[in-house]
Design a protein. Sequence first.
Length: 577
Amino acid sequence: MTTLEFKPQLFSTLKSYDKKKLTTDLLAGVIVGIVALPLAIAFGIASGVTPEKGIITAIVAGLIVSVFGGSKVQIGGPTGAFIIIIYGIIQQYGMSGLTVATLMAGVFLILFGVLHLGTIIKYIPYPIIVGFTSGIALTIFTTQIKDLLGLTLNEVPADFVEKWVAYVGALPSVDLWSAAVGIGSVALIALWPRITRISVIASHLSFLQKLPGSLIAIVVMTVAALLLKQYAGVTSIETIGDRFSISNVLPTAQVPELSWEVIKSLVAPAMTIAVLGAIESLLSATVADGVIGAKHSSNTELIAQGLANLATPIFGGIPATGAIARTMTNINNGGRSPVAGIVHAAVLLLIFLFLMPLAQYIPMACLAGVLVIVSYGMSGWRSFASIMRNPKSDIIVLWVTFLLTVIFDLTVAIEVGLICACLLFMRRMAETTDVKVISDEIDPAEEDSDFQLGNLEHLTIPEGVEVYEINGPYFFGAGNKFEEIMGALHHGRPVVRIIRMRKVPFVDSTGIHNLTNLCLMSQKEGIQVVLSGVNDRVRQTLHKAHFDDLVGIENICSHINFALERARMLCSEQKTY
């Protein structure tokens, strides 16, 4: 019985906490809170909810992940990876459906942690992760074109190809002022790191290096839009306030009505949220470990992510997970304990309570520019390009996952991508298992050091004996290969068939089934099967399957010498009869 692995890093960290650590964590928390603000607003709007829901998610999830998480520096909140999933769920099931799906995802995440699946999730093939991350990035970029260029479209199609067709058709309606704000935001965010390295700015305004380009872009473009409206009469730049009603009132906790029918219909999207949240949070924690030289608890982190996704929908939030960019911002600014994450949540809460009404003046084109930069960062085009130099199986999985994410949705992409990866993995495993026939004698140079258990004269294979050697795991692929080799042989009927299994690390139920069929077939032909070199693990598996009752316990030998001796005995008995 496995024990529950739930050891939040906060409580162990506080045992040796001091004033110096508090100072650095406070600074890091304030900076991360400022960085998280524009992203939370942008992610909320892009997901199809109001901007304050994005900030509420960052506050609630950020607090819970920092208090209960298994990483010292993880920052939780809404992320770009969830945008497409959330938007699709809202379109199909409404906001109430998203709330239920998020609650269910929280339960799944907690179960992942309780069942110790934290390490298993890490082994999802890298091409799948890159494929759906790149697909999400392209999809996010595509959804922002309308606001980025200020296009006039009554309705944006849901289909990827149809969306681009509609954009091309609407190009004559581009609003030049909105396009200038959007493209200017992209340029400012991209160039901000270089601007802050200019000697004059670096020496006199070094604090600007701490501020994210996305926040600078929002401030600059919001002020520009206000000035253009006030003094130049430009009213075509759409703002958040034109599309949403902004509120800074803290929501009350509300538990949605649950029914079995609704729960059944939302299992697939809820599992998608849970799996994606688990992957992203554990990837973020792993990257952070490499930077700070620490080790996170995967299962504790999953439980914390589950608790966060149970809490955020009750307060009107959306799905959340570990955010790699904000976590790295935390680390780079000195954060070394969960206290920094708690401070980040407190900063966002203060901004929400006192400055939220100002968000109504932010141009939609500017937020689109922020998400264009986010999508570029998510695209992982360098990783995509490097995988293209890998074996064909990796390339197939990459492209299948990528295209399905873009054309259909992430749920289908992950499911099909995992199936492809599993099938290709099983094919590789089958190819690593080799079956060969030993015809005349066994070369002692190829044997293990313990071969000298017998005399060298025993190397010769007696007349009436066939020897086969299986090298690798014995499962369905090897079984099929073995049957093909057996069928290709046209020798006379032997008295004994020896199957060497010294290099078989394990055997599965399909392998046992094939062995059983071989023994039954051989018995009908009057041929005795003898197994050689069976290790303890394989022997135990065969015993549980009652295979030794079929072949005879005396015919399962630990070494080829004993198997050959047994074969001689059986041959001599045959001659006697």
